[in-house]
Ligand binder design. Structure first.
Ligand SMILES: [Zn+2]
Length: 361
């Protein structure tokens, strides 16, 4: 692996995974999407550094992706493989059934709290399966499997031995330069992976899925209903007006993801604020001025954690700091950022230092 990673080559190789017409399940896509998010949150100061990705964390991200996709669509649970079976999805479906007793599956955090043993057993099972198959296969671009590895060393994978995983530090190590490069490419790659996933699910469920437009929203959109619960707590604890322009928001209250949902998918309370309709739609998927993010975090980690715990909701303070750091550090200086309705300004170096100073250890 050369020390300097060519973004174009790496991007082409990742896109080649999407073009592999032999996909029989969505697991490779899940692994890649989880890696994208973790790369953004793990961007090193030195762009050429190798970066460790904790396999438990990666597993949690994959579980989170599938968890929301367990919700039935038109009364059907969606298949995630050609035959509708698979170790990971089956294990998660069982966990959801145990926890929900026939009702709508509760949030993952609530399940981990109410069924800790089942949750941990499922988590371990998913991790072992990821190491055995998709993590081993994702860099296999040719059927011969002789392709050069371009993300991480997978020579020890293909096993589900817990001992073997522990011997390798329970982690994978992204090659020098790869983390930084993936994080830079993430805004381009993430929508492409999501589109491929939507196509796969449509194909795997074509017997009942007409081409309704809401499949992408169902698979990847923010859960608006649950978000309103977070909005209630925010309105009570903080100023109930628009976080960005201070307008009153009584009737048209929007719960806004400060770091855009489409970019980093962080639903935790630390990333949520109330916004008026105008600001919410003007901001949309654009990268906000860093001052908005720091102001949201300045509401206080302790306060946010406590409020989140009251409604069994994640807070994810550290994730917001890490993702903000990664997002801003990988943007060119002078990138336009959203400051307010019809107010855009240029990103500066100084904007990034706050995130650097507050990074979780
Ligand atoms: Zn506003």
């Amino acid at each position: 692996m050369p020390l300097t990673v060519d973004p174009l080559t790496l991007g082409q190789r990742l896109v080649a995974v999407l073009e592999d017409g032999r996909r029989t399940a969505t697991y490779k896509l899940a692994v890649l999407m989880a890696l994208l998010d973790l790369a953004v949150e793990s961007v090193p100061e030195d762009p050429d550094a190798a970066v460790d990705i904790d396999l438990d964390e990666l597993t949690t991200r994959v579980i989170e992706l599938y968890w929301r996709q367990l919700r039935p669509l038109d009364g059907h649970r969606l298949r995630q493989s050609n035959d509708g079976r698979g170790v990971i999805f089956d294990a998660l479906a069982r966990l959801a059934e145990d926890a929900a007793a026939g009702r709508r599956p509760p949030g993952l955090r609530a399940v981990a709290a109410s069924h800790p043993d089942e949750y941990l057993a499922t988590h371990l099972r998913v991790k072992r399966t990821l190491v055995r198959y998709p993590l081993k296969l994702v860099q296999n671009l040719t059927s011969g499997g002789s392709e050069e590895r371009f993300l991480y060393d997978d020579s020890w994978m293909g096993t589900d031995s817990v001992k073997r995983i522990a011997e390798h530090g329970n982690k994978l190590t992204l090659y020098p330069g790869v983390c930084h490069t993936i994080a830079r490419l993430a805004p381009l790659l993430k929508p492409a992976f999501q589109l491929a996933w939507v196509d796969d699910v449509r194909r795997m469920n074509k017997d009942f899925l007409s081409d309704g437009p809401d499949l992408a929203q169902h698979l990847f959109g923010a859960d608006r209903i649950s978000l309103q619960r977070a909005g209630d707590v925010l309105a009570e604890a903080f100023d109930p007006s628009c976080f960005y322009c201070n307008a009153a928001v009584r009737r048209s209250r929007h719960v806004d993801h400060v770091l855009p949902w489409s970019r980093v998918g962080i639903d935790g309370l630390a990333n949520l604020v109330l916004a008026c309709r105008g600001c919410n739609s003007s901001k949309s998927d654009r990268l906000p001025a860093p001052a908005h993010v720091t102001r949201a975090l300045d509401r206080g980690r302790g306060t946010l954690d406590e409020l989140a715990a009251q409604i069994n909701w994640p807070s994810q303070y550290d994730r917001v700091v890490a993702a903000g750091h990664g997002l801003y550090l990988t943007q060119p200086i002078n990138t336009p950022v959203w400051e307010g309705r019809s107010a855009v300004r240029a990103l500066t170096r100084a904007d990034i230092s706050w995130f650097h100073d507050h990074l979780p250890l």
